[in-house]
Design a protein around this ligand. Structure first.
Ligand code: FNR
Length: 182
């Protein structure tokens, strides 16, 4: 059956490496998997006083996550942590209490940075958050990419040297979602 993945990119910038990584992953997935980027740049800052009156953008995000068979988080690391925009999206769609959109959705976590330890710290933090949200998250292989000149081509494909590595991850992720989605 067709599987739909909601892709959450933790960077808002136009030329985001993480956005390119998300596209490259989608290119490597089998035809019965579709990847749809969810918008997080128009969400309000999370405010618990609005739990009973969520903004249209929050409701939209929750609907998109609810409709997905799995979630893919593709995130940079900002100051050794997950970007605020990503945490804000997670918090918004986790409420009101008991009505989280995330619960039970199988997740994957990957990221790319320009730094040597390529998003490892941010990914560890994100995993702790996803565990709390009751999202079964693929443990291995891990994807901590460091950007190199020419890693992505202008069509959003990953260069030959990294293709096999990323394909291995995609194959595991696809199997993970198939095993864990209802
Ligand atoms: C960074 N960058 C960064 N890189 C890293 O590996 N660890 C870090 O803690 C940080 N911290 C950090 C903070 C802030 C505010 C910015 C803007 C950047 C560099 C980061 O890897 C680089 O900007 C990436 O290109 C960001 O990902 P996108 O936007 O290309 O997807």
């Amino acid at each position: 059956a067709q599987k739909k993945i909601a892709v959450v990119v933790g960077s808002l910038r136009k030329d985001s490496l993480n956005r390119k990584l998300a596209l490259a992953i989608a290119h490597l997935a089998p035809p019965d998997f579709t990847f749809e980027h969810v918008r997080i740049d128009d969400l309000p800052l999370y405010d618990q006083d609005q739990d009973g009156n969520q903004a249209p953008a929050v409701k939209r995000l929750k609907t998109e996550i609810a409709a997905a068979d799995g979630v893919l988080f593709v995130t940079p690391e900002y100051n050794r942590a997950i970007p605020g925009v990503l945490k804000n999206a997670i918090d918004n769609a986790s409420r009101p209490y008991g009505q989280s959109a995330w619960a039970g959705k199988p997740a994957g976590v990957v990221g790319i940075s320009i730094g040597q330890i390529g998003t490892a710290v941010a990914q560890q933090q994100l995993r702790a958050v996803l565990a709390y949200l009751d999202m079964p998250t693929l443990g291995q292989p891990e994807v901590f990419l460091q950007n190199k000149e020419g890693l992505f081509d202008d069509k959003g494909h990953v260069a030959e040297g990294s293709k096999q590595f990323l394909q291995g991850w995609v194959d595991k992720y696809v199997a993970w979602v198939n095993d864990h989605s209802k």
